[in-house]
Design a binder for this molecule. Structure first.
Ligand SMILES: Cc1cc2nc3c(=O)[nH]c(=O)nc-3n(C[C@H](O)[C@H](O)[C@H](O)COP(=O)(O)OP(=O)(O)OC[C@H]3O[C@@H](n4cnc5c(N)ncnc54)[C@H](O)[C@@H]3O)c2cc1C
Length: 394
């Protein structure tokens, strides 16, 4: 393959080439470029395109976006500030007000058309080169099987680019992970199915995440951009396979009505802002995220059941852990930190996604999730400049 004169790619060699430029890839590109690396990120999808997600951010992610200077653009895009997160177990409702933490006192659920685009913009402003409409064709290795670069397909032909490190941020079905034969180090066994719809004119509060549960079912109401609310119904894969494959819309409304008739009625009276989408479920897994000349970040390296509403938050967390470890010349530290911070949440999610719980036990599982998230917050907090400065002095 040869570089063509019209290729949009500016250089033949980069410190880091990233495949995938959504939350994991764009954030990693931004952070590495800010640390002075020459970075190329490519994505086969379009700039600002959508992807399936209910896009709820956890507190750690919001504080990271704030620290990175990206949060003002998220807010300016009209993403509503959510002051509450409400858990509803049957008829028991537990509202939790979002506390102020490092200047952030709300949660946000930006559409991926908003968040992914703003992260790409921030990465470009930080000096990273990012191109859309470019597909990974092959991962190039030397005789010792060390990764040395990538072959890419652009609209103008195919091109080989060399790199000190190739980072797979290319999602669950990562081509990079497959090419480097990244071992699966932990495999989950349970998976939830989801049915999701965006609506407007829904007579429900727009200042909160509302998570609802009854035995064998869950749902979420998540206000997002453009006055829309994302509503999802979660159900065991076995039920999805029997019911939803034939009537996804009917199953969506039925699951909601089985959990809360008032919420279901409000959703049924709303105006659909797009087609119903579904996700049949996929068990979680960890892949080894570091090897000779390659790294994995985001879903490519660690996928978890979407019940956690945690994939984006983990992608941002791991982008920062990866960037710090790589720049410090200690990429293995990234794997240790990622696995240590993720193990507890993954264990709890296995239980949640099994649907083998009653509402009392589910509350206990959520408390365990909350504890795991507090540990995560504490680690992400050590990355604030004041904490880094303190650590350097100590
Ligand atoms: C139903 C559902 C609901 C969810 N809800 C939430 C939620 O509420 N909150 C939350 O935090 N998370 C949620 N998630 C999880 C979240 O969407 C993912 O964790 C997140 O998208 C992972 O981001 P990523 O950047 O790692 O990968 P992705 O978003 O999958 O992006 C990978 C990118 O790589 C590109 N790519 C792939 N292969 C190639 C190639 N060969 N060449 C070039 N480009 C390539 C793709 O085009 C894509 O743009 C949900 C997931 C699902 C399925």
């Amino acid at each position: 393959m040869t570089i063509t004169r019209t290729s949009p790619i500016q250089h033949r060699h980069y410190d880091a080439v990233i495949i995938g430029a959504r939350v994991a890839g764009a954030a990693t590109a931004m952070l590495l470029a800010r640390r002075g690396l020459r970075v190329l990120a490519v994505d086969r999808s379009g700039y600002g395109s959508d992807t399936l997600s209910s896009h709820a951010l956890m507190r750690g992610a919001v504080t990271q976006l704030h620290r990175w200077g990206v949060l003002p653009a998220v807010i300016a895009a009209g993403t509503p500030a959510l002051k509450w997160t409400v858990f509803q177990y049957g008829s028991t409702t537990m509202p939790i007000e979002i506390p102020d933490h490092r200047g952030v006192n709300a949660l946000y659920a930006p559409r991926r058309t908003v968040l992914d685009r703003l992260l790409v913009d921030a990465a470009r402003e930080s000096g990273a080169e990012i191109h859309h409409g470019i597909t990974l064709v092959e991962v190039l290795k030397d005789n010792d099987s060390r990764v040395r670069g990538v072959g890419l397909r652009t609209a103008h032909g195919e091109v080989n680019i060399t790199a000190d490190v190739v980072i797979g941020a290319d999602g669950l079905r990562s081509s990079v992970a497959r090419a480097v034969e990244a071992p699966i180090t932990r495999q989950g066994h349970h998976a939830s199915a989801f049915i999701l719809q965006y609506l407007t004119d829904v007579d429900l509060p727009t200042d909160r995440y509302h998570w609802l549960y009854s035995e064998q079912r869950g749902a979420g109401v998540i206000p997002t951009n453009d006055g829309q609310i994302a509503v999802f119904a979660g159900l065991p894969q076995s039920r999805f396979n029997v019911e939803a494959r034939h009537n996804v819309t009917g199953t969506f409304h039925r699951v909601l009505a089985e959990i809360d008739t008032e919420v279901a009625a409000a959703v049924a009276a709303g105006t659909a802002a797009g087609p119903i989408r579904s996700f049949p479920g996929r068990a979680g897994q960890f892949r080894k995220p570091v090897g000779p000349g390659w790294m994995l970040v985001g879903d490519a390296g660690y996928f978890k059941d979407p019940y956690s509403a945690h994939g984006i938050s983990d992608a941002l967390r791991d982008a920062e852990l990866l960037a710090d470890a790589l720049v410090d010349g200690n990429p293995d530290r990234y794997e240790k930190q990622r696995d240590a911070l993720s193990a507890d949440l993954f264990d709890v999610l296995e239980r949640v996604a099994s649907y083998d719980w009653d509402l009392n036990e589910l509350q206990q599982l959520h408390l365990q999730m909350s504890k795991a998230m507090n540990n995560e917050m504490a680690t992400v907090d050590t990355l604030w400049p004041d904490q880094v400065a303190l650590a350097a002095v100590a």
